[in-house]
Structure formats: structure tokens, C-alpha cells
Write a protein that binds this ligand. Structure first.
Ligand SMILES: [Zn+2]
Length: 112
């Protein structure tokens, strides 16, 4: 018996602010390149992967639970604050600094 699995993948891209407001600008064109049906070869099997949906969000640390790790600069979400963006890497605020799961101290709850 087969099961259907919904795989979500997220990508980050930096574009000029002027691109954000464009219809079918760089963002839509990039999404088109990323989102299509694919045949993926796993060993000797070929698996059909059907594109289902995509969405884009312009990250805004002022209004969303997201920001860059103070140490490595990776985009992360603070898991100890409300409305985390779960598609981003986990992080938390430690001694006043937003840190990713790699940069948090090893014994921290959200350390990887
Ligand atoms: Zn980091």
C-alpha cells in the first residue's frame, strides 16, 4: 500500500527591494525554476515528485519572529518567542543575543 507524503522545502534568496513589489519579477521567476515536477533517481529507482504548491514571504524582523544569528548571520527564528517561522532554523535569545542552534551553548535547550 502506498502513502502520499507532502515534502516541504524552503529556500532563501536575497533580491533588491524593488523586486519585492514586481509582478513576475525575479522572485516569481526563481520560484518557477525551483518548483516543477521532477523525476529523482534513488539508487536504481526513479521516483516521480509532483510539484504541489509554493509560497513566498519577505522576511521582516520588525514584524515577524525572524532575524539573523548574531554570530554566524544565518536567518533564524526565536523558538522561545511567539509565532516562530518553523521553516527557518531554530534559535533563541541568549544573554541578549539572537543565536542559531549551532551557535547557542551546547547545553541550551535549542542547541543542535
Ligand atoms: Zn549562528
Amino acid at each position: 500500500m502506498k502513502k502520499t507524503v507532502l515534502i516541504n522545502a524552503s529556500f532563501l534568496v536575497e533580491v533588491d527591494e524593488t523586486e519585492v513589489r514586481k509582478d513576475f519579477g525575479m522572485i516569481d521567476q526563481i520560484a518557477n525554476e525551483l518548483c516543477h515536477d521532477q523525476k529523482i533517481r534513488i539508487g536504481t529507482n526513479e521516483v516521480n515528485v509532483e510539484w504541489e504548491s509554493s509560497s513566498t514571504v519577505v522576511l521582516d524582523p520588525g514584524s515577524m519572529n525572524c532575524g539573523k544569528c548574531s554570530t554566524c548571520g544565518r536567518w533564524i527564528t526565536d523558538r522561545e518567542k511567539s509565532d516562530p517561522l518553523l521553516q527557518l532554523c531554530n534559535g533563541a535569545t541568549f544573554k541578549g543575543k539572537l543565536l542559531c542552534d549551532d551557535c547557542l551553548p551546547e547545553d541550551h535547550r535549542w542547541s543542535f
